[in-house]
Design a protein around this ligand. Structure first.
Ligand code: HEM
Length: 126
């Protein structure tokens, strides 16, 4: 069972590259999110998100080879992840998943994951 990773079922690197790229096209134009990201390192940010997602979904482990343990809540602590920021982040991620055209079961599982992960990343509730 499950010998083929979810990463492979989703279309492998090509799918994750498309999701990360489409996501950042939206984020770069977003007045709430864009100022939070490091100036002039959009390619780096895109690589970090893509490689993390690939690793999480059973693909290559490049992310941890280069960045160590993800510890994502800790890594987000310097950024004000408010409910507003979460809604904006999810809007761009859902648009990116739309563009990937996943099979319905994979589409459902991936969106369920990003929604739960985004919920868990909120760190400013004032
Ligand atoms: C909820 C709203 C979120 C906001 C506003 C947000 C914002 C940010 C910002 C400003 C960065 C720094 C950019 C960089 O240098 O890479 C970052 C990094 C990152 N984010 Fe998020 N993020 C959110 C949710 C998420 C979620 C849900 C995930 C995973 C499913 C995620 C995965 C990552 C990863 C992998 C990095 C790079 C960490 C590193 O290696 O330094 N983010 N995020």
């Amino acid at each position: 069972m499950d010998e083929v990773s979810l990463w492979e079922q989703m279309g492998g690197s090509e799918t994750f590259a498309r999701i990360a790229h489409t996501f950042y096209e939206g984020v770069r134009e977003d007045a709430v999110l864009a100022p939070m990201y490091p100036d002039g390192d959009w390619e780096g940010a895109e690589w970090r998100l893509r490689s993390f997602l690939e690793q999480y979904w059973g693909g290559p482990s490049e992310y941890s080879e280069q960045r160590g343990h993800p510890r994502l809540r800790m890594r987000h602590a310097p950024f004000a992840v408010t409910l507003e920021a979460k809604e904006h982040w999810l809007t761009h991620m859902h648009a990116a998943v739309d563009a990937a055209g996943l099979e319905p079961d994979l589409d459902y599982a991936f969106r369920d994951y990003i929604e739960r992960a985004a919920h868990a990343m909120v760190n400013r509730l004032e």
